[in-house]
Ligand binder design. Sequence first.
Ligand code: BES
Ligand code: MN
Ligand code: ZN
Length: 495
Amino acid sequence: MNYTICSVDQLQQPGDCLIIGYFCDTGLAPSAKVMDDKKHGWISEFIEGEGFQGKPGDSLQLTPAEGDGYKRIIIVGLGKSVELNAKAFRKAVRKAAVMLASTKAKNVFCTLTEVYVLNQDNQWKARQIAQHLTASTYSFNQLKSADKSEQKLQQVFLLSVNQADNQAIETGVAQGDAIAQGMHFAKDLANFPGNYCTPTYLAQQATELAGQCQAMKVDVIDEEEMQKLGMGSLLSVSRGSREPAKLIVLEYKGGSDDDQPVVLVGKGITFDSGGISIKPSAAMDEMKYDMCGAASVLGTLKTIAELKLPINVVGIIPSSENLPDGYASKPGDVVTSMSGTTIEVLNTDAEGRLVLCDALTYAKRFNPAVVIDIATLTGACVIALGKHISGLLGNDDALCQSLSEAGDAAGDPVWRLPMTEDYDQQLKSNFADVANIGGREAGTITAGCFLGRFTKDYTWAHLDIAGTAWNSGKAKGATGRPVPLLTQFLLNRIN
Ligand code: BES
Ligand code: MN
Ligand code: ZN
């Protein structure tokens, strides 16, 4: 997306669309008022005529007469001017972006930078606007024979009230646009079906990504090498598949040599049938999304490479299919993980933790500052938190706190669940060190406890994105989450 920063004087330019804000109490935002005055008050007249209240998330579209400046004006509600907080602002921005996407506008002039948002600066506002406007242009048409892609938004003019704000707005725009591009990449990978998006394909995509960035290198570990490393748990998941498993390791070095890296570990199951513990067929297609953790790691790396963030980040993606076969793992099988811990596989559908545990053990060699794994790990998390908030578990209060704050700032929230000894006891096995399932109760927590057994040597958190990574039903498709959260978390570590 092309972004240009403009002053109030440039508002009168003819264009496809203008986005303005409206407060419940004080009416039109300042620059919109200027516009309105120039147009003899017909914007405010229209708003009043429609009985528009201006509550956050409310919106209105105005189509002025031909030849009268903008072809379309989108008015979004901002609530009470003194109460405008991050959440309400983002709601308004998102609404404007969604409305804009339903039009044929190729350019837009957005004035929402001008309003005061509690506890947020110009950079943050610009970041939100750019992220949502760029993200609104996403569509997935690669596999449709007729090219359904329409003319899309190409140019955004963003208002800067004071010259002194230009730098902050520019930085925010670059961040927002890069986040949207990372989400775009994550969505494409996730929406690609399992017959295209295999572990090998993910490895190719990672290799391509690393090829585009001087500061990034990639290492793809194949099954033979995994065998040598003792990754019996990861390999046990791949046994039933004809597609070879891959362990993808990306190293982004934006910081200095002695900076300990943030390690991101993403579950990369490119299709999860459940294996011998096979899933019911209803909605099984959605299990192509079982690599959304991996996609978010690749998306985040794309974003931070684009922004050239001065930080070291390692991405580790254990990738495999989970399929039934004569050679597949069976319930009751005992496998030995890279850490030496033996695991009784009581349910082959609890495969995510089996691939993650070996990747988490592998993570140690990078001397990580923190390790965060991201996984569509449990259906129980969808029941507990729905599709609005991702699950968070971890062994360190400070890390969990900063992830939680980053999630709120990025509009990509998480909620921490408890992880006490009692839950861990549910994983007892009569035949191995640990069982891979902990019973029906607290499924998200026992999954976290399982991972917790492999992360004792470092600061660690786990994000369960089973509910938040994709939408079902009519709007079926990947969301690109939690790229915004992870990027915000990394940005915060730099500042
Ligand atoms: N990928 C699934 C988790 C999942 C299920 C995500 C539904 C989104 C929607 C995972 O591999 C899985 O099958 N988990 C099992 C664990 C159980 C066997 C302990 C589950 O949640 O049912
Ligand atoms: Mn499963
Ligand atoms: Zn799975």
